[in-house]
Design a protein around this ligand. Structure first.
Ligand SMILES: [Zn+2]
Length: 317
């Protein structure tokens, strides 16, 4: 397995006013939903990746999150019916499928998407010996602009969109590559999903997976104060270690794993005043460090696979 590391030193992507508005709106819908439904508080839950009983991690809006003592993945305690209902929430779906929202996201993210697709293009050649006209299954993508980018990319031949809030689109009988990007955080049964995705792939086809990682710096440090992590939008935050074992046990060989996140330090810095009293070292680090040192620290997180955004390339065994 290649533990790769490419240092990405980009200016922090600033949210537009409209972008922030949409984010706040989604958080508000989620909060209203969670507060309007009974919450399961028995603290019983086993790690969706390795099966061990979880230990208390934090609570947000009265929803408890547990941390796996074995693989350090973080997961919420919930009623399945509540999460299902949340995922089908009409207010959320209406917002996320609206033209204004889709347009805003496309505008803000197209460079990030293009950069990611170039990264995939290089890896496809490295691991499959070809990177043109691949048959791709794209699972759970909810951005029209991203679908368009993928379809127009030279790597894409046949294309099928599945498991999305957007209309299902295209058909591929056996895929060279499955994209499963930023969806794992909402999986109630990740083992079932992974076996479904494996089923779409040809022998030795590639799975490209990205997710927020529960082992990342800002997740572990900020816990419930992390404004970007909330129930039931995030019910599973796999650790890097947990994710590796999980994929290996479910029929994949890990070819490359990287945490190219650039935002951990910035997220923690933004919430510096709300840090838990026990985070004295982190507070001191943030107060005493120059901009250059903080950049160096983010680089260290990327290098050590300790950032909270993880990308995996795995091959079907
Ligand atoms: Zn675990």
């Amino acid at each position: 397995m290649l533990r790769s590391y490419q240092y990405t030193e980009k200016p922090y992507p600033e949210d537009t006013f409209q972008g922030r508005l949409f984010r706040d709106k989604q958080v508000e819908i989620a909060r209203r939903f969670v507060e309007g439904h009974p919450v399961r508080r028995d603290m019983k839950g086993s790690c969706p990746l390795c099966g061990r009983s979880g230990e208390y991690f934090c609570s947000k809006w009265r929803v408890d999150y547990l941390c796996c003592p074995n693989c350090k993945s973080v997961f919420a305690v919930y009623e399945d019916s509540a999460v299902k209902e949340y995922q089908e929430n009409p207010d959320l779906l209406e917002l996320r499928t609206s033209e204004a929202y889709q347009g805003e996201i496309s505008h803000n993210r197209q460079d990030t998407w293009d950069e990611f697709l170039e990264w995939v293009e290089v890896r496809a050649f490295r691991f499959m010996g070809r990177n043109r006209n691949l048959d791709i299954v794209d699972y759970g993508n909810r951005y029209e602009g991203y679908v368009e980018r993928i379809r127009k990319s030279p790597i894409c031949g046949g294309y099928a969109l599945k498991g999305s809030i957007l209309p299902q689109n295209g058909d591929v009988s056996r895929a060279d590559m499955v994209l499963y990007l930023d969806r794992m955080q909402q999986e109630m049964q990740p083992d079932r999903r992974i076996s479904e995705l494996r089923g779409y792939l040809k022998e030795r086809g590639l799975l490209i997976l990205s997710t927020r990682a529960g082992s990342g710096f800002d997740i572990v440090t900020l816990k419930e104060k992390n404004s970007r992590i909330y129930p039931y939008e995030h019910i599973l935050l796999p650790s890097v270690r947990g994710l590796v074992s999980f994929l290996e046990e479910n029929g994949f060989e890990i070819l490359e794993i990287t945490t190219p996140g650039v935002m951990d330090v910035k997220y923690v810095l933004d919430s510096k005043d709300r840090l838990d009293d026990r985070e004295n070292f982190v507070r001191y680090l943030l107060e005493e460090s120059s901009q250059a040192m903080l950049q160096e620290f983010q680089r260290f997180l990327q290098k050590g696979c300790l950032s909270s955004f993880v990308c995996v390339i795995a091959r079907k065994r």
